[in-house]
Design a binder for this molecule. Structure first.
Ligand code: GAL
Length: 669
């Protein structure tokens, strides 16, 4: 991995100078310096300007922009510019356009209108990467390369004939022969047996439910095709440039179809884009989940927040502006959770185009604005946090996350449309957030030995090796929690027979003989006072202790919550969808059992996260409430520069970062 760190925390934005007359550029650099910006992403959507006709490259404007930035002391994250092909590509090669499952062609005019499997697109894009790389490999401003942009954001699934051929190649590679494919896809069902590879297609719009394993494999293939573009560009860059390489992931914003856990090894630094959901009354909780997941994808290493917004976006139904202080809290919460860089989309708000109502660092109203003043304040904050760079986040809890389990869990023709993959993930993570506990969101194959508590929400699809790893974690003294609709199928989406939740039945000491999903809006009660909805099941405790049973609904008296002592640890099972109060109570019991505690106790709504290096630690305190918060902390508060001895006061809506003195001993030491 090439080093991507600078001297402190990176701070900046996408910078699109091509949208502005050159007179504006000098003012841009002057304002960037005023704000403390030290890194900008340049050239992301510049292909049509850099290569106006095939093979003719025009770099003079980009030379001038990068030189100007360099003169101003601002580093560049240089895009390969392949994010969106110029109109001439589709005009000359219409077969590069992507198609939906029903055959609809997606035309140019927006962005990303290319088939990810198109060799024509690949060749043209790599030629561009090579030209840009050769031009700027030695430019002193360039510290990082930015492959494409949000690969697969709009074109992840293409069903055209070129994609069909690529899918067949991918399947041959995976299965070797047709018998294996037929077995994996269960084609004995509904007369689907294939006798020739040429008969196989992507799961195009069909009269009824398409084969689920065909669907799952197509999702795997599609993620791999996007990843292939990343790998092809990175390999080329690695040959031509000395700097590190990244691309921006979209973890935690509902983007489902890119298996980022498998992509992480293809970048020198994991970079993520995160936007708040305006309709969410507590968006800081989802932000924390996205950041915890990004850190999990990065294997616990620091990562880069490549994009978020200073205020409103433009692509939601109602684009709510950030209130004063919210952007600062958002940014520093990302840093608390492992980001060593805070960048935004975009530097200057556009005059034209589809994103002209998206916020920026420099709004339409100019620098004399709340947004730009907050931008300058954040720049000063991040400068004061330089020493935090490279440190890691403390977490004793892991939540397992697998994109393939997500894909599988939400295929069609399942017991209930109300069972969605991220529902329990969000609910459990939010309960931990409320309890002040930081969790890593990791792939089931991650090393679990450093955790005390591991949660497996809705892990519908699980491999044998990953189920075994969870068992070993428990045997060695860990506490695991599995929620309903987990362990149901293997990697081919075949049911694990003998009773649910197949892969975890023995570990949990339970056997489910039948699912009893609830009707829309129907609720049930448990004999410990909990309320639940969506899901119940006919569960037998086979070794597990029953902690709560239903008092009503379709299964009165049947166990709903169980705990099984295994080896030196315990495995809990939650067979229904507990409401938030009951989830909070469950989490409180789990924390008491495992001894996991927040870094310091804090009032509700005050987020506290600890980062730690070999010999120092920093406590981030983000006060999301409208009241001042007092915490028992000693050390130096870096944003204000004052010492605190035993008591830290953080005013309403403010953030504090304390270098703790003395640094506390890690809980696991
Ligand atoms: C991201 C994208 C940016 C911009 C931004 C707006 O998805 O990478 O180019 O479109 O969203 O929020």
């Amino acid at each position: 991995m090439r080093n991507w760190h600078g001297e402190g925390i990176w701070y900046g934005a996408d910078y699109n100078p091509e949208q502005w007359p050159e007179q504006t550029w000098a003012e841009d650099v002057e304002l960037m310096r005023r704000a403390g910006v030290n890194l900008v992403s340049v050239g992301i959507f510049s292909w049509a300007l850099l290569e106006p006709t095939p093979g003719r490259y025009v770099f003079d404007w980009l030379d001038r922009a990068i030189d100007l930035l360099h003169d101003g002391g601002i580093s560049v994250d240089l895009a390969t510019a392949t994010a969106s092909p110029p109109p001439w590509l589709a005009h000359r090669h219409p077969e590069t356009l992507p198609r939906r499952a029903d055959g609809t062609v997606l035309w140019p005019g927006g962005r990303q209108a290319y088939c990810p499997s198109s060799p024509v697109f690949r060749d043209h894009s790599l030629a561009l990467v090579e030209a840009v790389a050769r031009r700027y490999a030695r430019h002193a401003a360039v510290v990082l390369w930015h492959v494409s942009n949000e690969l697969g954001c709009h074109n992840v699934h293409c069903y055209c004939d070129v994609s069909a051929e690529a899918f067949r190649r991918w399947l041959r590679e995976r299965y070797g022969d047709l018998d294996s494919l037929n077995a994996a896809w269960g084609t004995a069902f509904w007369s689907q047996r294939y006798h020739d590879w040429a008969e196989i297609n992507p799961p195009r719009t069909a009269p009824t439910f398409a084969n689920p394993t065909q669907q799952l494999d197509f999702l795997r293939f599609s993620s791999d095709e996007q990843r292939a573009q990343l790998r092809a560009e990175r390999e080329l860059l690695n040959r031509l440039v000395p700097q590190p390489v990244t691309t921006n992931f979209m973890i935690g914003t509902g983007i489902k179809y890119l298996d980022y856990h498998s992509w992480a090894s293809d970048v020198d630094v994991v970079a993520n884009d995160h936007y708040l959901t305006a309709a969410d009354p507590q968006p800081q909780v989802n932000l924390a989940l996205a950041a915890d997941h990004t850190r999990g994808v990065a294997g616990g290493a620091p990562w880069l927040l490549m994009e978020h917004s200073t205020s409103a976006v433009n692509w939601q139904p109602r684009n709510v502006a950030k209130t004063p202080g919210q952007m600062r809290r958002n940014s520093l919460a990302h840093v608390a959770r492992g980001a060593d860089g805070v960048l935004f989309f975009q530097w200057r708000a556009s005059r034209a185009g589809a994103e002209k109502f998206h916020s920026a660092l420099v709004p339409h109203a100019g620098p004399d604005t709340k947004v730009f003043r907050e931008v300058c304040r954040l720049g000063a904050d991040l400068r004061a946090l330089a020493e935090v760079r490279g440190s890691r986040v403390d977490a004793d809890v892991a939540i397992l996350f697998d994109y393939e389990a997500w894909w599988g869990a939400e295929l069609d023709s399942h017991p209930s449309v109300d069972v969605t993959y991220t529902d329990r993930l969000s609910a459990l993570h939010a309960a931990l957030w409320r309890a002040g506990i930081t969790a890593d969101v990791v792939h089931p194959s991650a090393d679990l030995s450093r955790y005390r508590l591991v949660l497996a929400p809705t892990l519908y699809l699980v491999r044998d090796a990953d189920a075994d790893a969870l068992r070993r974690f428990v045997e060695a003294g860990g506490t695991a929690v599995v929620t309903y609709f987990s362990g149901i199928v293997d990697e081919h989406d075949h049911i694990r027979l003998g009773g649910y939740p197949g892969a975890f039945r023995d570990l949990l000491g339970v056997r489910v003989e039948e699912f009893f999903p609830l009707r829309d809006g129907e609720t049930v009660s448990l004999d410990d006072g909990a309320r639940a909805d969506v899901w119940t099941e006919w569960l037998h405790a086979e070794g597990a202790e029953v902690l709560a049973a239903y008092t009503d609904g379709p299964l009165p008296g049947v166990p709903a919550l169980t705990r099984n002592a295994v080896g030196a640890g315990a495995a809990w099972y939650v067979g229904t969808r507990l409401d938030d109060d009951a989830t909070d109570r469950l989490v409180a019991r789990l924390l008491a059992e495992t001894g996991v505690r927040p870094p310091v106790s804090a009032p509700a709504g005050v987020e506290v996260v600890r980062r730690r290096s070999a010999d120092r630690s920093w406590l981030f305190v983000v006060n999301h409430t409208t009241e001042p918060a007092r915490l028992a902390v000693s050390g130096v508060e870096l944003l204000g520069g004052a010492r605190c001895d035993g008591e830290l006061e953080v005013p309403a809506g403010e953030v504090a970062v304390v270098r703790e003195e003395p640094a506390p001993v890690p809980a696991t030491a």
